[in-house]
Design a protein around this ligand. Structure first.
Ligand SMILES: NC(=O)c1ccc[n+]([C@@H]2O[C@H](COP(=O)([O-])OP(=O)(O)OC[C@H]3O[C@@H](n4cnc5c(N)ncnc54)[C@H](O)[C@@H]3O)[C@@H](O)[C@H]2O)c1
Ligand SMILES: [Zn+2]
Length: 371
């Protein structure tokens, strides 16, 4: 029996470019017909990594071809290091070689690395092909597949070359999470906690209540949590597509997280760094008198229940984190900028700036306590 699907419409600055996100356990079975309806094309380039290709590549090709679509797979080796200009050119060249024309479309099948890379290939191939995002990691389902950001890393930093390229359609099947390693499931859930922290205290309660089912990848519970997270993110993104205002709230926990990831040489999953970052930044907010006391503890408890780390690794110094956080693009001299909560479920808007400059001494004293 087929279960009901959730559909979320995302509006963009150009209304004609709004797109639909379809979520439901087993929805992958409807992929060929959804693609036909929302993104008809002469040919399809299924872009994926070699790991996801082994798991789901043959299935997708068979399903597309059985429905009469012309589809070919373009796979690249898995891993963040491959989200590069080199991979962009290799995939683009392979598509040119196989004579994919302007009337083609891209299907991005994979985690955030594939979504960003394939989205950027789509944004640039013959000045732009439509793209269907089919996220396969929890992080990509909850976060990366919504908002239209695409791009690649360069030696100078992550995500420095890219484009806003909203998808034509996003298809999310929570059953695909079953094959995802447990550490990656936990890391994806950190972003769901972030959405709850900035916008919806009830969402945080549901995540806490359902933490064991979430960790076991129970599809109906995953569906509920992914759906609410996407509603929150897409509402924020629709109101501020180019990141000028409210969209900054999505950076909660991320000033510290990015500094921490750099400090450990990216030997930590992004969601793990975000978990530590959220607890730390909630404490910074409490110390600054912006955030209601008890907020950091509430977030910490839920993150712990999800098996995520909540304090700084012992071998990372507070001074180093501060130095790296200052290097963050949001930093000012002698003070660092943070998105701060008012309470669980609410960001402090600070007169429409959506961030606060906090003196270094206050940041350092919190960082020293949390290591
Ligand atoms: N565009 C955005 O708005 C946005 C937002 C957040 C993160 N990102 C980007 O996302 C990337 C991280 O994404 P990620 O965590 O999904 O990493 P990832 O894409 O590297 O996936 C993690 C690993 O899981 C494997 N995998 C994927 N799906 C699987 C499945 N169903 N079963 C088993 N294994 C599977 C992949 O092959 C890979 O080895 C970063 O590059 C980050 O910058 C982008
Ligand atoms: Zn993040």
């Amino acid at each position: 029996m087929s279960r009901p699907l959730v559909r979320i419409s995302v509006t963009t600055a150009a209304p004609a470019e709004g797109y639909e996100i379809v979520i439901g356990p087993g929805v992958r079975g409807q992929l060929p017909s959804l693609v036909e309806r929302r993104c008809a094309a002469h040919r399809y380039a299924v872009i994926t990594d070699d790991h996801v290709e082994r798991l789901y590549g043959a299935w997708l090709l068979r399903a597309m071809r059985a429905a009469g679509h012309r589809a070919d797979v373009f796979a690249f080796p898995y891993g963040e290091a491959r989200k590069s200009r080199e991979t962009w050119s290799a995939v683009t060249d392979a598509m040119l070689e196989s004579e994919m024309g302007r009337d083609s479309a891209v299907v991005a099948l994979g985690g955030g690395v594939v979504g960003d890379l394939a989205g950027f290939v789509a944004a640039t191939y013959m000045r732009g092909l439509p793209v269907v995002q089919v996220p396969t990691t929890l992080l990509a389902m909850i976060d990366a597949s919504v908002g239209g950001k695409t791009g690649v890393n360069t030696p100078a930093g992550k995500n420095l070359v890219g484009a806003f390229w909203p998808p034509r359609l996003v298809i999310i099947d929570p059953e695909l999470v079953a094959t995802l390693p447990a550490a990656h499931r936990r890391a994806g859930l950190a972003e769901a906690v972030k959405h709850a922290a900035i916008a919806d205290a009830d969402h945080l309660r549901r995540i806490a209540e359902t933490s064991s089912e979430l960790l076991e990848a129970e599809p109906d519970v995953l569906c509920e949590i992914i759906t609410r997270s996407i509603e929150i993110k897409s509402e924020i993104v629709s109101s501020d597509e180019r990141e000028a205002g409210p969209r900054r709230a999505l950076n909660f926990g991320h000033t510290v997280a990015h500094a921490l990831e750099a400090a450990v040489g990216y030997r930590m999953l992004h969601g793990e760094a975000v978990a530590i970052g959220m607890v730390t930044e909630a404490r910074i907010g409490e110390r600054s008198g912006v955030t209601v006391a008890g907020t950091a503890a509430a977030l910490r408890d839920v993150l712990r229940a999800l098996g995520l780390p909540v304090s700084m690794p012992k071998d990372v110094s507070a001074g180093r984190i501060l130095e790296l956080a200052r290097g963050d693009k949001k930093a000012r001299e002698g003070r660092t900028e943070f998105v701060l909560l008012r309470a669980v479920g609410e960001v402090h808007p600070n007169g429409g700036r959506w961030s606060h400059t906090v003196p270094d001494e206050a940041v350092l004293s919190v960082l020293e306590e949390t290591t």
